[in-house]
Design a protein around this ligand. Structure first.
Ligand code: UDX
Length: 484
């Protein structure tokens, strides 16, 4: 008779090599492991090296004896910059030509063990499978790192093209309202569509076609897992269920994990060195007085834009904690001089770090608002902590997220396509002072709904328990002495 360990389900979890995807999928991996599911976590060699160098994941996951990390080549030289902002196409081509055959070979050869119960595949990698594939003998659950609002918009793009709503016909067309995304009538302007829709020939744009097809493909797997919750995106999640009925909405995942950890542990899965000194700086600031500024892991800006934000923040008179990644500014690798005219204001009210413990920063009482790029993880993390946002979207799903933050959930302001010091100063003072009560009311209400969703009786916890039960049933069906 095999030992108890080998009776428990075994899940292969394959994460895209991006900070936010690895971050959230490692939280899912930890949740699965806490539910006695054996997890094999696969990502690229390069990401695994960064992750193990800058975080304590190896120690943290060592408490799960059956947990294992596995890596796969992305086909790129070690020195390749691998920036999603500027090298996406090159990376995609390498994933298709190198990673795809490698991964398929690993699955066929039983490289991950012959006892796999199912595969949880990052939706970014949905192209690793073809519609007519029959070599995979286990169910594939697809995890989408985006929210439902952006996912549904992306799934509606073919229809927008077919009905002549795309392409966008120049700058003067950007405020045209689109009425062909079901459930989002009279909401989305052209400028609120995902950034890759801003192309002259959508039918032949390689990045648009890749992303749209990857999303359509991800609805064809056995199930979808989404980092969202019913009180935030219920109607849109229902729309997506018309394409993929088995959809587990189990977010905010970072909050769900926290409810399962008996003590406050660091579940940091950073690819960069975290500078925790900002927490001590925050301890010396009065409650709600600091605006936290961070543009995620892939945003890149020009020096002009950097200066506009810097002037805008200093001129606002507010305290600010700003994450300036070494690769944030085009053409500069970390060395950024303080302009003399900003020196005094920055010294008096600003604090800069290269990478922050963001979840802890957002939960700090000194933080009163978040100037963000509207990445989905950052958006959910701000929602859970009840912090209003100013959204300066950069790429991909961020344009849709920022429109929902401002015009659907009333959690802040959308600064889309603007970047001037006057607007920045005005929006910072609107969120932190002039309209603070208004935004704090809706932010506190949504934070309560988010926390309820991951606590007993909450929709996300119920859906997560269903996911675990379904995985267990799959595992039992594979047991040799199971008659059915
Ligand atoms: C990318 C896309 O840009 C985003 O639009 C999409 O929704 C997910 O994939 P990213 O740009 O990295 O994500 O943004 P986000 O989704 O916000 O994830 C960033 C993660 O890094 C968050 O979990 C955040 O907590 C963490 N972070 C960010 C830090 O830990 N420290 C920092 O200083 C900044």
């Amino acid at each position: 008779m095999e030992g108890p360990q080998t009776c428990s389900p075994h899940v292969l979890l394959f994460s895209a090599p991006a900070q936010s995807h690895i971050n959230v999928l490692l939280k899912l991996a930890e949740l699965l492991s806490l539910s006695s599911v054996r997890v094999t976590f696969l990502t690229t060699e390069h990401s695994h090296r960064q992750l193990t160098h800058h975080s304590d994941v190896l120690r943290r996951f060592s408490r799960f004896p059956a947990f294992q990390f596995r890596t796969i080549s992305d086909g790129l030289p070690l020195s390749h910059p691998r920036t999603f902002s500027h090298h996406l196409l090159e990376m995609l081509n390498s994933f298709v030509s190198v990673t795809k055959p490698l991964f398929r070979g690993m699955l066929v050869s039983g490289h991950f063990g012959s006892d796999l119960t199912c595969l949880i595949l990052d939706g970014f990698f949905s192209f690793l499978f073809d519609l007519d594939d029959d070599f995979v003998k286990v169910p594939i659950f697809c995890f989408r790192a985006f929210g439902a609002c952006s996912s549904w918009t992306i799934l509606s793009v073919p229809n927008l093209i077919k009905q002549g709503q795309l392409p966008i016909k120049g700058e003067e067309d950007m405020d045209r309202i689109l009425n062909n995304v079901p459930g989002m009538e009279n909401l989305l302007r052209c400028r609120d569509l995902p950034s890759f829709c801003r192309v002259a020939d959508p039918n032949n744009d390689p990045i648009l076609q890749f992303i749209v097809n990857a999303f359509i493909r991800s609805t064809k797997f056995d199930a979808l897992i989404m980092n969202s919750f019913e009180d935030l995106e219920g109607p849109i999640l229902s729309n997506i269920r018309t394409l993929c009925p088995k959809l587990y909405s189990i977010g905010p995942l970072h909050a769900l994990l926290k409810t399962k950890l008996s003590h406050e542990t660091e579940s940091l899965n950073n690819l960069w060195e975290v500078d925790g000194s900002c927490l001590s700086w925050l301890d010396n600031q009065s409650p709600g007085s600091v605006i936290y500024v961070s543009f995620g892991s892939i945003t890149v800006m020009s020096n002009r834009e950097l200066m506009e934000f810097w002037h805008g923040l200093v001129n606002s008179g507010r305290k600010f904690l700003w994450v300036i990644r070494p690769d944030l500014v085009m053409g500069k690798n970390g060395e950024i001089e303080i302009p003399p005219e900003l020196e005094e204001g920055t010294k008096q009210r600003g604090y800069m770090v290269g990478w922050a413990p963001q979840e802890k920063v957002l939960s700090h009482e000194a933080v009163g608002g978040f100037l963000t790029h509207s990445g989905w993880n950052s958006t959910l993390e701000s929602i859970v902590e009840g912090k209003p946002m100013i959204c300066w979207s950069y790429k991909y799903d961020q344009q849709v997220n920022s429109r929902f933050v401002s015009n659907v959930w009333n959690l802040g302001l959308d600064m889309k396509d603007l970047c001037d010091r006057e607007t920045i100063t005005k929006m910072v003072n609107d969120v932190m002072v002039n309209r603070k009560e208004e935004f704090m009311r809706s932010a506190t209400e949504m934070a309560n709904l988010a926390r309820q969703s991951v606590n007993p009786g909450g929709s996300s916890l119920v859906n997560f328990d269903c996911l675990i039960e379904d995985i267990r049933i799959l595992s039992q069906q594979k047991m040799p002495n199971n008659n059915n």
